[in-house]
Ligand binder design. Structure first.
Ligand code: SAM
Length: 293
């Protein structure tokens, strides 16, 4: 144990028996694992982790020989009582996920809730989280923000949330896998308008860290030419008052009619007006068809 670890342990007498420690681990750069986290991971009785092989590599690098127990979505029902039993018996337990903060789009929420219900203490050893890391360097408003994580895959639920996001005035943070990024960007473009501010934070804390923006449209263009690779977090600007419809239905139809007269196909006319007003392209297109154009 080096001197900083000794100082940390003597400061707080960690770990204490019967306590669950929720420990943040790096999202790419091992240097982001805090000395307090290292010290704790070496000292607790057990570590619960999503993937024992994945976390095993990190634990080996820091010289932690603590026994690990797998804890993931599909073994939660069996594992929960076992982990609570360990705490009851006076053992200390650390919970880590594959990367970042457990409980944020990762297993943890149910364990923390169950442990608290049993009257045990839960202490978080804070660490990196892709959501807040992407937010603070996006240049988008940080005073008020909301987190959506991964959108549901079921069509109806997904559309409902996309609609809510399009009306949300706070900055919204989303997670997405690289192979589904373009689809999500296109959906966001359809619901929010392609002019809406957006930054896609790629490979945070890693050598090829990159931000792609400044709008949904610009990100679509970039990723159509450059295949999305690596982890990405999306930071979407909130709806602003200027984006709210300023025109009446009659005026909207007149504007689209004028565009069509100038040679735009109907869908293109709806798209242009959607970008100008922040309204949904599909709603404008339907409006055109209601008046039989
Ligand atoms: N618990 C983690 C946290 O605190 O950020 C999130 C886990 S979630 C299963 C994984 C998602 O987080 C990825 O699909 C990606 O959207 C985001 N993510 C994780 N690491 C990232 C990184 N280095 N750069 C950008 N996004 C990242």
């Amino acid at each position: 144990m080096d001197s900083i670890e000794k100082d940390i342990l003597s400061e707080r007498l960690e770990p204490s028996p019967g306590v669950l420690y929720v420990v943040g681990t790096p999202i790419g750069n091992l240097g982001d694992l805090s000395p307090r986290a290292i010290s704790l991971l070496k000292q607790v009785s057990y570590i619960a982790c999503e993937d024992t092989r994945h976390s095993g590599q990190m634990l080996k690098k820091i010289g932690a020989k603590t026994p690990v127990l797998s804890f993931y979505e599909h073994n939660t029902n069996n594992r929960l009582p076992q982990l609570i039993e360990l705490l009851k018996n006076g053992q200390s337990l650390a919970l880590i996920s594959d990367a970042g903060l457990p409980g944020i789009s990762d297993p943890g929420e149910r364990l923390v809730s169950a442990v608290r219900k049993q009257g045990h203490q839960v202490i978080c050893i804070p660490g990196p989280c892709a959501a807040t890391t992407a937010l603070v360097s996006s240049g988008l408003p940080t005073r008020r923000f909301c987190f959506e994580g991964f959108l549901p895959s079921k069509n109806k639920e997904r559309k409902k949330i996309l609609k809510e996001i399009s009306l949300e005035t706070r900055t919204t943070i989303l997670y997405e896998a690289p192979h589904r990024l373009i689809q999500l960007l296109q959906e966001l473009g359809e619901f929010c308008g392609e002019e809406r501010p957006l930054q896609v934070a790629r490979e945070l804390t890693k050598i090829h860290e990159q931000y792609v923006g400044p709008t949904i449209g610009a990100a679509i263009q970039h990723f159509s030419k450059n295949k999305p690779i690596g982890e990405c977090t999306l930071v979407l600007g909130g709806a602003t008052e200027e984006l709210e419809p300023q025109l009446s239905q009659v005026e909207l139809i007149e504007e689209m009619k004028a565009l069509i007269k100038n040679g735009f196909p109907a869908s293109q006319a709806a798209r242009v007006l959607a970008q100008k007003t922040g309204l949904r392209k599909r709603d404008l297109y339907n409006l055109l068809h209601e008046v039989n154009i």
